[in-house]
Design a protein around this ligand. Structure first.
Ligand code: UDP
Length: 370
């Protein structure tokens, strides 16, 4: 008898798995999503000015994984955009991650030079050092530098973004943006990066465009009554189990969109405000695909806790307590035959897009014999 699969969630995880099952297993797949659009939080659309808006904040595709890269390129071409982030630190415009260029932007040359020499004597050029490790300095000058970077780059930004200080979130979170002993101003050093030429929604649409795949939007998992041989769930794992062990916490973000009657608002796609204002960063989307318009649209990003029914889940909050809670759900999930969890919400992991796709590809490989 033909195997029929239900995939809950039409984001990159669900779409990747759907495509693999449809194409390589020739199985039927129903993909449902409670939202009115595909793409999950990667969803983008062109607004009335022709600007490609990333509704849920900037998404930059970057990967060093050959399999992931060759998979996504079947569904879209990418431009050669290399992401850089500008930050305003005490009114000075500079680069994030903090690197040797930042050093010279924020300090007088003689001091920057002294710090640079000390850094090079201690660390290999091109090394990436997470801030929590970088703080462990003996030298007075380097101690001063570490305190400066902690305070000006990480402390306030992380407090705004996570509601707690950098010491209270898992080290892996701030390690995503290490101190970078380099003059490379890019945010990511992956081998491949870029923006899909027709956007992420189109990329996901192309993944889902297969005769074996049926997509149903505005459809809540709880309303589905049919029988399925297998369920792949990319929604929140705690919700699947009706929160029986308690809720897994998430951070949410919201955006205040503003339209301006001028070509550009800022000179970069993302400008971080680590020390000032209550938003964390400002996105100006037209930079990504060099959209031509006399107007521009920006989004100021604010962070808050996720609350059921009020806002969306964006970021799992990795720490010891949540790991333990997640482990209980994970264990329970293992007891269910033919139900699999994946994606940021299903795995409760802070995946980037490429990691979510990699996870879906690996899950597909792991169920080959089943
Ligand atoms: N971060 C920071 N200051 C910055 C940029 C990042 O403190 O200027 C910290 C903050 O805790 C943030 C984390 O590094 O949540 C990861 O940043 P990233 O840009 O990777 O976050 P994402 O783009 O996934 O929201």
């Amino acid at each position: 008898m033909e195997c029929v699969n239900l995939i809950v969630g039409a984001g990159v995880s669900g779409a990747t798995l759907a495509r693999k099952l449809a194409e390589e297993k020739n199985q039927k797949i129903i993909v449902i999503d409670s939202k009115s659009h595909i793409g999950g939080n990667c969803y983008d659309y062109r607004d009335k000015n022709g600007i490609m808006i990333h509704q849920y904040g900037s998404h930059i595709f970057h990967t060093s994984d050959e399999k992931v890269w060759s998979f996504v390129r079947r569904f879209t071409d990418f431009n050669q955009y290399m992401h850089k982030v500008i930050a305003i630190i005490d009114g000075v415009e500079t680069t994030i991650p903090f690197n040797f260029n930042t050093l010279y932007d924020v300090f007088p040359t003689t001091l920057a030079k002294r710090l640079e020499e000390k850094l090079l004597a201690k660390f290999a050029y091109n090394k990436k050092v997470p801030i929590l490790e970088f703080q462990k300095q003996d030298d007075e000058d380097l101690k001063f530098l570490a305190n400066y970077v902690y305070e000006k780059v990480f402390l306030h930004y992380t407090t705004k973004q996570w509601g707690v200080s950098p010491n209270e979130v898992a080290g892996a979170v701030t390690a995503r943006v290490p101190v970078y002993l380099s003059k490379d101003n890019r945010y990511f050093q992956d081998k491949y990066q870029g923006i899909p030429l027709e956007g992420y929604t189109r990329m996901v649409e192309n993944m889902l465009n297969h005769p074996n795949i049926e997509v149903r939007l505005n459809t809540d998992y709880k309303t589905v009554k049919e029988h399925f041989d297998r369920i792949f769930y990319t929604g929140a794992i705690d919700e699947f189990f009706n929160y029986e062990f308690g809720q897994l916490p998430y951070r949410s973000v919201y955006f205040k969109f503003e339209e301006y009657d001028r070509e550009f608002y800022q000179k970069n796609s993302v400008v971080n405000y680590p020390c000032n204002y209550d938003f964390t960063r400002i996105h100006e989307y037209k930079h990504y695909l060099q959209d031509k318009s006399a107007k521009t649209v920006i989004a100021k990003e604010y962070s808050e806790f996720f609350e059921l029914g009020k806002n969306e889940r964006y970021y799992p909050i990795p720490n010891e307590e949540t790991e333990k809670l997640y482990a209980r759900y994970y264990e329970k999930a293992q007891t269910l035959p033919n139900v699999y969890f994946l994606g940021r919400l299903g795995d409760y992991k802070y995946y980037d897009m490429d990691k979510a796709i990699k996870r879906a590809l690996e899950l597909f490989e792991s169920i080959q014999g089943e």
